[in-house]
Design a protein around this ligand. Structure first.
Ligand SMILES: [Zn+2]
Length: 260
């Protein structure tokens, strides 16, 4: 049995995995993040798990958290049993690759922020840790980003930016179709098309509160416009709020199995 935990800006979602996934708990992040380690230790004991995977809305470089713009508070993760800590978009991409049974995939999560994860030949690509930060690609203009940069994709199409630009929630803008007319949407499609040319994945999977709800046909229409016909990956959406926690489970499982 493996424990998978998704530590997001608002909630901490917990699943256990033993051939199938089971959602066992959700905690508010704000109240629990400072004693995250004891929360996890308690769950380890309760479910008698042999490994833990943690997906974090954070930048992790050489095993250290270097940035965590959407989570307030400090914590450490120090467990006696095998555990893996990875970026939440990486967990999303890893789970998507298993779910859709592809070896080469780009996962793009669009919610408050924008993240992405790369799976190549069945493995996650980390670089020095920060590989796949598509949300912080420069896409033009001088909108300020949460990371301190300007003109980044997230500053043009992240949930916080859409709210700032249009005074509306992105979900409403998806419902009435106005999101597809924004310059931010076009910029996002250009960024994804460029990433596709770099990586040549079999599929691009969109997730997150905004990404998972986008219309696949609209995405295809816009992304394919910027791609040569030879580069036309499948465009998919995944509406599973537990995808990150599930991916964290699978990463932990893989790491345990590889050590056996
Ligand atoms: Zn940025």
């Amino acid at each position: 049995m493996i424990l998978g935990i998704d530590v997001g800006g608002t909630n901490i979602d917990v699943v256990v995995y033993d051939e199938d996934f089971e959602h066992v708990a959700t905690y508010p992040t704000e109240k629990n993040v400072s004693n995250l380690n004891s929360v996890i230790e308690e769950l380890v004991e309760r479910f008698e798990v042999e490994a833990v995977g943690v997906g974090l809305a954070a930048w992790i470089k050489r095993g250290k958290i270097v940035k965590m713009p959407n989570i307030r508070g400090e914590f450490r993760i120090d467990l006696e049993i095998p555990h893996v800590i990875d970026n939440d978009a990486n967990c999303f991409a890893f789970y998507s690759a298993k779910l859709f049974e592809v070896e080469n995939l780009l996962g793009v999560t669009i919610g408050t922020g924008i993240g992405s994860g790369i799976v190549a030949d069945g493995r996650l690509i980390h670089g020095e840790g920060l590989a796949g930060e598509i949300g912080h690609w420069f896409v033009g203009n001088d909108r300020k980003c949460t990371c301190g940069g300007v003109g980044h994709l997230e500053a043009n199409f992240g949930g916080w930016s859409l709210k700032e630009q249009f005074g509306r929630d992105a979900k409403e803008m998806i419902e009435d179709g106005s999101i597809y007319l924004t310059e931010g949407f076009r910029m996002m499609c250009v960024a994804v098309a460029n990433a596709v040319t770099l990586l040549d994945p079999e599929a691009v999977v969109f997730g997150g509160r905004i990404g998972g709800n986008l219309d696949v046909e609209k995405l295809k229409e816009c992304i394919y416009r910027y791609l040569m016909p030879e580069f036309r990956p499948e465009i998919l959406t995944l509406r599973d709020p537990l995808a990150v926690a599930k991916g964290a489970c699978l990463l932990a499982e893989e790491s345990v199995c590889s050590k056996r």
